[in-house]
Design a protein around this ligand. Structure first.
Ligand SMILES: Cc1cc2nc3c(=O)[nH]c(=O)nc-3n(C[C@H](O)[C@H](O)[C@H](O)COP(=O)(O)OP(=O)(O)OC[C@H]3O[C@@H](n4cnc5c(N)ncnc54)[C@H](O)[C@@H]3O)c2cc1C
Length: 413
């Protein structure tokens, strides 16, 4: 078996397949977890059932686009390329479709931390995974009330939460600015204190247990008598009878090579890490007013978020990362940036994004020997282990453990 891509999705898929007795080679040209899986906010959130395209979002877009600290930006030359994706995105935001997407995400993300456990324990990586909960905070109750549709989706999909106001909130998270007066605590959510080390630890266990990681880039597929015979790479052919495409936002050319047309694009995201912050939250906090997450990590306080539509080749706009800092200072009043403190580091990653917020998990049109597992957008860490299990179900020809129709590669035909 070959797995194309050494991000969280590829490594989880490869790990489960190895445990089922397959010989598995991961094909990865850039080193494990150097893509989107490197610098994300690290959250394993079963509560992330709310699709990105929600009813009413269209009205908010102009405000977001023209605010330099806003959560959304677009490079205008990229607009003609992304326009069809954006149209699909807006069409995905009807109440009926949103309810169906949330249900599918609920199934994918349920018990995220628990589903990872066998892999994490096998890798001895327990110290990198925590389940201390997550806070979603709002300046006022009015802001929380305006977000009622999102909370209904979470409730409808079995997400348990507790609303905390004023003193109760500030007791839970003393670092919060007192201008945030309502928070929702989600006890089941977890996080990793280092996404890169977390995925790398799973990859090390995969290698120790007999897996192979080939330093190569997949180019196309070789078929013989309608069966997969191997994968052409930049370093030659890798023979295999089945393959998983898990190349994240870069999966497009491989999909095209198999004759599928799937609207995969990228929502670029940024982070800034303060190595020695004057304030450290106890658990990850999502700020709904700035649409970013502040996560306590082993290398400092990571502020991650923003969506930038600019494709896979445009240079990063580091202002997007630096603009996260004033937002974090609004969230944590005591967060000082002064002379003499170590320089914050910045990063940009390519979320592999589908217009309906659902990943693609299923057989390619050309052959059941090639399975797709990409397009996880904002939830690849949370859904990584479960996606790997679903891939192993498909490889085995078993009935998948959750309904896979919403994730079908053919749903856009
Ligand atoms: C700012 C930010 C914050 C985020 N926060 C969270 C969060 O808190 N929780 C969460 O669940 N998700 C989060 N995400 C999303 C998450 O990071 C992604 O969904 C996830 O990392 C996708 O994993 P992947 O394995 O599909 O892709 P990647 O990690 O990008 O891996 C794909 C791999 O494929 C390789 N590849 C590409 N082309 C080829 C080829 N031709 N041949 C072989 N290999 C190839 C690449 O080198 C890469 O290593 C965040 C993302 C960003 C940007």
């Amino acid at each position: 078996m070959a797995v194309i891509g050494g991000g969280v999705i590829g490594i989880c898929s490869a790990s489960w397949l190895l445990r089922e007795g397959h010989d598995v080679t991961v094909i990865e040209p850039n080193g494990v977890a150097r893509g989107s899986s490197y610098g994300n906010a690290g959250c394993f959130n079963p509560s992330s059932v709310v699709p990105m395209s929600m009813p009413g979002n269209l009205a908010k877009v102009p405000g977001w686009l023209f605010d330099p600290l806003g959560p959304l930006s677009i490079r205008w030359p990229y607009l003609p390329t992304i326009a069809p994706w954006l149209i699909r995105f807006l069409k995905a935001g009807t109440p009926e479709r949103v309810a169906a997407q949330a249900e599918a995400l609920g199934n994918l993300l349920r018990n995220s931390v628990g589903v990872y456990k066998p892999l994490v324990e096998n890798a001895g990586a327990q110290a990198l995974m925590r389940q201390d909960g997550h806070l979603i905070v709002y300046p006022t109750r009015h802001d929380f009330d305006k977000d009622a549709p999102a909370w209904k989706l979470r409730r409808d999909n079995g997400v348990a939460y507790t609303v905390l106001e004023d003193d109760a909130l500030w007791r839970q998270e003393p670092s919060l600015s007192r201008t945030y007066r309502l928070g929702v605590f989600l006890a089941e959510n977890g996080h990793t204190t280092n996404p890169n080390r977390f995925v790398s630890a799973l990859a090390d266990a995969f290698l120790r247990d007999g897996g192979i990681i080939a330093d190569a880039s997949a180019k196309s597929f070789a078929f013989e008598n309608d069966r997969l015979a191997g994968i052409h790479t930049n370093t030659g052919m890798i023979a295999c009878e089945a393959a998983v495409v898990a190349a994240g936002a870069h999966s497009g050319p491989l999909v095209h090579a198999l004759g599928d047309r799937i609207p995969l694009d990228t929502e670029r995201g940024y982070h800034i890490v303060l190595p020695e912050p004057s304030v450290m939250p106890r658990i990850p906090i999502m700020d709904t007013s700035g649409k970013f997450v502040a996560t306590p990590m082993e290398d400092g306080l990571r502020i991650a978020g923003t969506v930038e539509f600019a494709g896979l080749t445009a240079k990063p706009n580091w202002e997007r990362a630096r603009n996260l800092l004033p937002l974090a200072q609004r969230l944590f009043a005591g967060l000082a940036t002064s002379e003499g403190q170590p320089e914050p580091s910045v990063w940009m990653g390519f979320r592999p994004s589908m217009p309906d917020s659902l990943p693609v998990i299923g057989y390619s049109r050309a052959s059941r020997d090639v399975i797709y597992a990409f397009g996880h957008g904002h939830v690849g860490m949370a859904g990584g282990a479960q996606t790997g299990l679903l891939v192993s179900d498909l490889v085995a020809g078993r009935s998948p453990r959750i309904a896979l129709q919403p994730f079908s590669p053919q749903r856009f035909a």
